[in-house]
Design a protein around this ligand. Structure first.
Ligand code: ATP
Ligand code: MG
Length: 434
């Protein structure tokens, strides 16, 4: 609509056309109010029945809630109206009618359970607090991209249908590719590393990853968005610096651009940008601290992965973002490089916010021979990955990088309890549509 004015931009004295959804109709007899809602907010339309054309009154007041109307009229200041202005209509058009029975109440007066909300996401996203999550997601992703560009990274897009998984493993979704078995990719890991030996040197990708996770949890999706970074000529410590810069930039962008959205989510007073200089705790120190809390029935031993309980105990101790570094080599994947001079320690790191893993990364094994050994130690056949290992024979520089779950980042920025809140159409073990 060429001449459409947003609800919140209607200014007293103007004659405008607004368009949106019928949020509410309050019929008080001689006078009736229709509240029209669009992406910016709401505007009150006043029908003084004696002074208004009967047909207009009928069109405006006989529609069901959530029908789509366009209303033309003059804008007047009105202190008692929700936004301080109201419209006196001269024309009302019904653009799309809504059924009287709605599967979900977009005005939020009747609360809906998450499955109902996800089944009817279109209606759910008419609520300002739900819209706010996805406005913030967009701001967050833009900040991530802008920051990577400032750091001289090139955005890449790698294939999502692949012949082999990143790490072999059971988490893969098989698909049929012209009669051959293929998989949905679980990570761009190997592809982004291949770009390190190319002239691009420093790359990032924001794209889907697919994981056939065994369990439904509040922090796992079967299709997630991964923010990946990889750079030549840096080590694990420098990769952590970039990680910190990206995470903090996302918070800063939200603080700077999302005042209304934070208010809609009730976070206006409490939202804080974290300080840089996230603590870097070695795995050894981390398990000691966890054991010292006494929170676990069986204390952790060297080589144990951190259970959810362990992550909780440590998260409660530290309180904010922190890295766990120097993981035992045996529990990190083959492509992570060992510490020089100590094969038992790896350069792998995780970023945690307090109880949740946000990032895994590390310096990569760039030496061909050691890489092949790593494959074998992990029980993988290097031949299957020849497209990848081959390039390590033609000048692959030292490099490091990481992967950050976009939904987990959004979850932690906004304090969402369930990762499904951070995706429009989540994929989990039960949910394949919409
Ligand atoms: P977790 O131990 O929490 O299952 P992971 O160690 O298996 O995660 P990585 O393979 O290290 O995950 O992936 C890097 C990042 O991608 C994770 O830190 C997380 O932010 C995100 N991620 C991984 N798997 C999922 C998933 N199933 N749903 C949402 N985000 C995910
Ligand atoms: Mg991980």
């Amino acid at each position: 609509m060429e001449s459409r004015t947003y609800a919140t931009a209607a200014t007293p004295g103007d004659t405008v056309t607004v368009a949106g959804w019928v949020h509410e109709i309050r019929d008080l007899g001689g006078i009736a109010f229709l509240i029209l809602r669009d992406t910016t907010g709401k505007i009150q339309v006043k029908f003084e029945k004696n002074d208004t054309d009967d047909e207009l009154v009928e069109t405006g007041l006989n529609v069901h809630r959530e029908s789509v109307l366009s209303v033309t009229g003059s804008v007047e200041a009105e202190e008692r109206a929700p936004t301080g202005v109201e419209m006196v209509p001269t024309e009302v058009d019904v653009l799309a009618e809504a059924d009287p029975e709605l599967p979900l109440d977009p005005s939020g007066k009747v609360e809906a359970e998450l499955p109902t909300r996800l089944d009817n996401r279109t209606l759910d996203l008419r609520k300002s607090e739900v819209q706010a999550i996805f406005e913030i997601r967009a701001v967050m992703l833009q900040a991530v991209r802008d920051t990577f560009r400032d750091l001289d990274c090139t955005e890449i897009n790698t294939p999502k249908i692949v012949a082999t998984g990143t790490e072999g493993g059971t988490e893969l979704f098989p698909v049929t590719y012209f009669g051959r078995e293929a998989f949905m990719n679980q990570s761009p890991q190997l592809f982004k590393q291949l770009m390190i030996g190319s002239g691009l040197e420093r790359v990032f990708e924001v794209g889907p990853i697919f994981r056939a996770e065994e369990h439904n949890t509040p922090r796992h999706l079967n299709e997630a968005t991964s923010i990946d970074f990889e750079s030549a000529f840096i080590d694990d410590a420098e990769a952590m610096d970039v990680c910190e810069a990206i995470v903090v930039a996302a918070y800063e962008a939200v603080a700077a651009n999302c005042e209304d959205e934070l208010a809609a989510l009730g976070l206006a007073e409490t939202f804080e940008v974290p300080d840089t200089g996230f603590p870097r705790l070695s795995y050894g120190a981390a398990i000691e601290r966890i054991n010292a809390t006494g929170a676990l029935d069986t204390p952790l031993a060297w080589g144990d992965d951190l259970s959810t309980e362990a992550e909780r105990a440590l998260g409660d101790e530290v309180g904010g973002h922190y890295f766990i570094t120097d993981w035992p080599s045996e529990i990190k994947p083959f492509y992570i490089k060992d510490r020089d001079g100590d094969e038992t320690l790896s350069t792998g790191f995780d970023l945690m916010h307090p109880r949740l893993e946000l990032v895994s990364g590390g310096q990569r094994e760039h030496r061909h021979e050691q890489l092949i050994e790593g494959f074998e130690q992990q029980g993988l056949e290097p031949e299957t990955f020849e497209y990848y290992t081959k390039m390590f024979r033609y000048g692959m520089p030292p490099h490091a990088g990481w992967g950050l779950g976009a939904e987990r980042l959004l979850m932690t920025i906004l304090g969402l309890e369930n990762i499904r809140e951070a995706v429009i159409f989540p994929r989990d073990r039960q949910r394949l549509s919409p």
